[in-house]
Design a protein around this ligand. Sequence first.
Ligand code: T46
Length: 132
Amino acid sequence: MTLARYVDFNVRGDADGWLVALEGNRNVPFSMQRAYYIFGTQNGVRRGKHAHRRLTQMMVCLTGQCKILLDDGKTREDLTLARNDQGLMLDAMIWHEMYDFSPDCVLLVLADNYYDEADYIRNYAAFKTACA
Ligand code: T46
């Protein structure tokens, strides 16, 4: 069993170039309220290191690649994000850490709500307690 699921996108275009459209409640299976992107991550840095209490997100690696550790409090798995024709759905209450960023990695994240620090669990022990 996997802790997250991939959504494949239709890639449109031809020899002139390519385009992917992301639409809320269609190929993005929630109502989007926010998009942000992560880039310029230095070698050896781990980002994330938190879980969200309620937030649902989709991650798309636009260029380069990185890895992501997922943890639901019982099991852990590591996935690679390296495709711009695929989104990774990340539900609430999954601890996640992104690492091994290539220098050119640009990670687009779509979210179903606005930024709210109160939605973050940034302490792993507190996350484990909340999962129990
Ligand atoms: C997540 C992973 C994948 C804002 O002001 N607005 C925003 O929408 C976001 C996402 C962050 N911020 C501020 C909060 C911090 O002062 O930007 C700063 C960096 O955020 P953070 O340290 O949480 O960044 P990452 O890369 O560790 O985590 C981010 C998201 O915060 C998080 O929701 O799931 O990317």
